[in-house]
Design a binder for this molecule. Structure first.
Ligand SMILES: Cc1cc2nc3c(=O)[nH]c(=O)nc-3n(C[C@H](O)[C@H](O)[C@H](O)COP(=O)(O)OP(=O)(O)OC[C@H]3O[C@@H](n4cnc5c(N)ncnc54)[C@H](O)[C@@H]3O)c2cc1C
Length: 408
């Protein structure tokens, strides 16, 4: 990573007060341009001044009140709900106007959301696009957050119906031909892996399937019962296993919509009509569940807990203590010695958040927790927390869900 180097001498010179016999520095008079990174500089003295509580003889600071401005205006105090937002410049969107070549990323994006694996696929495409290329995302439906995940261009390429793998593969092969992509990266999942093989057959090109590591120069995978490592320069079509490459973590990119629709060759349809039947969340294995609601030792009313899980159309989970007590089946245990989840949302009721339990929810995108203890580790891990008795929260949630259902 290359960062602009600081030059302390130049910075010092910018603060020098002119006309004094001895060198005197005025740190408060820092010009904004003095920041080597170009970001507005913090002024700690002005911040302290703004937190001074007027009145008492002894100096007293109220740290809950922060000043929004960057220059010191003593006495003008404003609530700052998100201090970082005011103190850092908004992220710049990276634009690649005329890419030298294109690299396609084909995310699964179930339900219009990128999975962790999809983000890694976009991260891999970014690695392959180093040196003037652009990443074009080609999902099967509208997807949010493509720019944040590293896409410079995007185009939705769907089949004719909800489940049309042949149609989607034909549309994708035509788009790859039309865009003359240098590489196309797929997730090695049930859907993405199937699509990659269909596209490879349609293009008559080899697929480097189930790659376990990828750089701009080499791609590897295990073979012959993992006794051999196959290494190659990245071919045009690659499918990537989970956790092979890190997700893109740079500045958001443009994800500009383009027209990538190529001429689709007529495909003889083997599947006449099909549709996706959603799995029953009550019986789906925990490792595949999208939304898990778990009970911990803080739950005493299991009848309400089960009613809440059903009303939320979630998959039930539990902490080890609850499973050990026989209150939930062992298969429901979430954690290091239970199931490690890949869910989008995890709702923990009355769970302390022991390290072994937190290992099981490390990959969950959103965590919601209910606990009576504000300092519980689960509350710290949660993006949204309710500090209250779970026995009271559950009926309140059930009533709110019921009220919403009757309104609809
Ligand atoms: C080798 C090993 C492996 C383990 N593997 C796992 C594993 O895979 N999964 C796992 O879960 N554990 C595992 N454990 C156990 C783990 O260390 C914890 O003991 C366990 O997770 C605690 O479960 P808990 O949070 O439900 O219970 P507790 O630790 O008893 O916490 C209960 C929580 O509920 C809150 N609470 C109490 N009353 C209420 C109320 N009325 N409303 C709301 N909140 C309330 C309390 O504040 C507390 O935070 C393992 C332990 C070992 C040693």
């Amino acid at each position: 990573m290359s960062r602009t180097r600081r030059d302390p001498r130049t910075e010092r010179a910018l603060h020098l007060v002119a006309g004094t016999a001895r060198p005197r520095l005025d740190r408060a008079a820092a010009p904004a341009a003095a920041s080597p990174t170009g970001r507005p500089r913090r002024d700690p003295r002005a911040e302290v001044d703004s937190a001074l509580v007027p009145g008492p003889a002894r100096r007293r600071l109220d740290r809950t009140l922060r000043q929004t401005g960057l220059t010191g205006q003593t006495g003008h105090i404003v609530h700052l709900i998100e201090p970082e937002i005011a103190l850092t410049a908004p992220p710049r969107i990276v634009v690649v106007e005329e890419p030298a070549f294109l690299v396609a990323a084909v995310p699964d994006a179930p339900g219009g959301r990128l999975t962790a694996h999809d983000r890694q696929v976009l991260g891999a495409a970014r690695l392959l696009a180093e040196g003037g290329g652009a990443v074009v995302a080609l999902p099967g439906g509208p997807v949010e957050e493509l720019g944040g995940a590293g896409a410079d261009r995007s185009q939705v390429l769907a089949g004719e119906s909800e489940f049309d793998p042949e149609g989607r593969a034909a549309a994708l092969a035509a788009a790859l031909r039309r865009l003359k992509v240098r590489h196309a990266v797929f997730p090695e999942t049930a859907e993405g892996g199937d699509l990659a093989r269909r596209v490879a057959a349609a293009l008559g090109e080899p697929l480097f399937a189930a790659a376990e590591s990828l750089t701009a120069r080499a791609v590897t995978r295990a073979a012959r019962g993992r006794r051999v490592e196959q290494r190659a320069t990245p071919p045009r079509l690659v499918s990537l296993t989970a956790d092979a490459v890190a997700a893109y973590a740079g500045a958001p990119r443009e994800a500009r919509e383009i027209n990538a629709l190529g001429e689709v060759a007529a495909v003889p349809r083997a599947i006449v009509s099909a549709r996706v039947v959603p799995a029953d969340p009550a019986t789906v294995p925990l490792s595949e569940a999208e939304f898990v609601v778990s009970a911990g030792n803080g739950i005493t009313d299991f009848e309400r807990f089960r009613a809440l899980v059903a009303a939320l159309r979630a998959t039930p989970g539990a902490s080890r203590v609850v499973c050990d007590a026989g209150l939930m089946p062992r298969a429901a245990q979430v954690g290091a010695s239970g199931t490690v989840l890949d869910a989008t949302c995890y709702f923990a009721l009355g769970i302390a958040g022991a390290p072994q339990h937190l290992q099981g929810v490390a990959r969950c995108e959103h965590v919601v927790a209910v606990n009576t203890d504000l300092h519980a580790a689960m509350i710290e891990r949660a993006g949204l927390a309710i500090v209250a008795d779970a026995q009271e929260v559950m009926p309140a949630l059930l009533a709110a869900l019921q009220a919403e259902e009757t309104r609809e």
